[in-house]
Design a protein around this ligand. Structure first.
Ligand code: ADP
Length: 485
């Protein structure tokens, strides 16, 4: 099989910069794709943390003026990743969150900041960069999605393009007045161009011009074709339905491996599942809740937003407490949810442990120490926490949407009899339905044989990138075949 080079363009990559699952996917795919003879280099913005973590960096291209200032593209490496970094201090040299200022507001120049990323992506796709000559461009989410549009309006030869939707709720919608500043021609402002509800839609543009559109699970690929989940892009997606593909995410098995995880006090595997309880002890101590081995412990690791359905968990806390269960929550986001969980922890200090903020180490401990992981999302493109939970023996309790529906096998009577269950599903995403799922989980908890079987099934489920990486590689190669004369 001939090796091909792919330019991946994204605004986040683990472990350099991460606000969510996008970074995990962009960070894990390159290693998985090397087994498919695909060499990925990733182009990303030169945020301060990225610049600081570069292990090597060579100037590879200069821009006298990239959206208002001089810039360079650096070719470098970090954390075993091949990178191109847009070193544009006027756009990216701001500490903290990549998208928000210190007050939590979107930066006023986000249109220019991410048009610059896409512009450089389009240039590298067309011209290559030194020895790097990409056979395809793969743009992730709205921040990179203008790249196929630039290639379209530039004209001339271009490699095939793929846009991946990690979450259609984030679309990059800006005022029409930025059109000229973004370097797009006047005629781009049309329904067949970048126009979107009277403004400019970055994700819309990507969906309009990419050769293929992928999203991160087969069920989400169907859901986004409907008005209920398509967030106003369903019409365009239905027109492009034959080019929309769902490829489920995996997890990085080197980072999420309970047998060799430096972040947990007691490593374990399927043969020594009994050791897992020491992590539960450690988690109870860490969150200062009652150190009781018998209490069923429900974990949450999440952005606290309406998407993630954590308000349903708030509603179910009294029931959990009444049942003698415990809750271990790690998350940050909406102030009202943060306040609600802080209050719950104050009211039930022995039962509810809550840490606000972002904490990789605690996330691993919650996976390794909880008895179940709650993921009650209203919509979920793929979801990664439930995949980690499977691998860490914490059967996930998930709402039956998107990737959650695709990756968890509900412990109904048939699945338990067949010995194939890996977790619990519920629908619709409402508090009563979640409460019923918790009741079912408590019943499972009271049946040690069925619980152990469910945990082991999860541990042995394939949540790796192997088969998904092959699907991406096949997709790139099919595009190259279509493009060759
Ligand atoms: P999303 O990308 O929508 O936030 P995913 O489940 O796809 O949701 O990915 C979330 C990723 O971020 C997972 O790797 C999860 O462990 C991690 N994560 C979320 N919140 C936190 C947090 N507060 N601390 C540490 N890791 C977190």
């Amino acid at each position: 099989m001939r090796e091909i080079a792919v330019l991946s363009v994204a605004s986040e990559i683990f472990p350099l910069i991460k606000t969510g699952g996008l970074a995990d996917v962009v960070g894990a795919l390159p290693a998985a794709l090397t087994h498919e003879q695909v060499a990925v280099s990733t182009l990303l913005p030169g945020y301060p943390t990225v610049m600081a973590k570069l292990e090597t960096a060579e100037p590879a291209r200069d821009y006298a003026n990239l959206f208002g200032g001089a810039a360079r593209v650096l070719a470098g490496r970090a954390a075993k990743l091949d990178l191109f970094v847009v070193d544009a201090p006027h756009l990216y040299a701001r500490p903290g969150n990549p998208y928000l200022d210190a007050d939590g507001k979107d930066y006023a120049d986000n249109a220019e900041r991410f048009a610059a990323l896409a512009r450089v992506g389009a240039d590298v796709a067309k011209d290559g960069l030194g020895p790097f000559q990409p056979a395809a461009l793969h743009a992730h989410d709205w921040q990179a999605a203008l790249a196929p549009a630039f290639l379209h309006y530039d004209g001339g030869r271009r490699p095939p393009t793929v846009v991946t939707i990690h979450n259609i709720a984030f679309q990059g919608h800006f005022y029409q007045s930025t059109l000229a500043a973004l370097g797009l021609p006047d005629h781009a402002m049309s329904i067949d161009g970048v126009e979107y509800f009277g403004g400019i839609g970055f994700l819309k543009a990507g969906l309009q011009f990419a050769d293929k559109i992928t999203t991160v699970s087969p069920t989400y690929a169907e859901e986004i074709l409907t008005p209920e989940f398509g967030m106003a892009l369903d019409g365009l997606l239905r027109k492009r339905a034959k080019d929309v593909v769902g490829i489920v995410n995996g997890v990085d098995e080197a980072i999420w491996n309970p047998a060799r995880d430096p972040a947990i006090p007691q490593p374990f595997n399927a043969l020594r599942l009994d050791l897992r309880s020491r992590n539960k002890d450690a988690l109870q101590r860490r969150l200062k809740i009652a150190e009781s081995p018998e209490a069923p412990l429900f974990g949450v690791i999440s952005r606290l937003t309406s998407q993630k359905g954590l308000d349903l968990v708030v509603d179910v806390v009294p029931f959990l407490v009444e049942q003698g269960a415990q809750l271990a929550l790690l998350g940050s986001g909406d102030k009202s949810l943060e306040a609600a969980f802080t209050l719950a922890a104050a009211e039930h200090p022995a039962r509810v442990g809550c840490q606000l903020g972002y904490d990789e180490t605690l996330a691993h401990l919650i996976q390794a120490g909880s008895d179940f992981l709650l993921v009650p999302s209203r919509f979920e493109p793929c979801g990664l926490t439930q995949l980690c939970a499977l691998r860490y023996g914490a059967p996930p309790i998930v709402s039956r949407v998107g990737g959650l529906a695709d990756t968890v096998i509900d412990a109904n009577a048939a699945a338990l009899t067949a010995g194939v269950a890996t977790g619990l599903q519920f629908s619709p995403p409402t508090a009563p339905a979640l409460r019923h799922a918790v009741e079912r989980a408590l019943a499972l908890y009271g049946n040690p044989r069925a619980l152990r079987r469910t945990r082991l099934n999860g541990l042995r489920a394939d949540v790796s990138w192997r088969s998904s990486a092959k699907q991406y590689a096949d997709l790139y190669r099919s595009l190259l075949e279509d493009a060759s004369p």
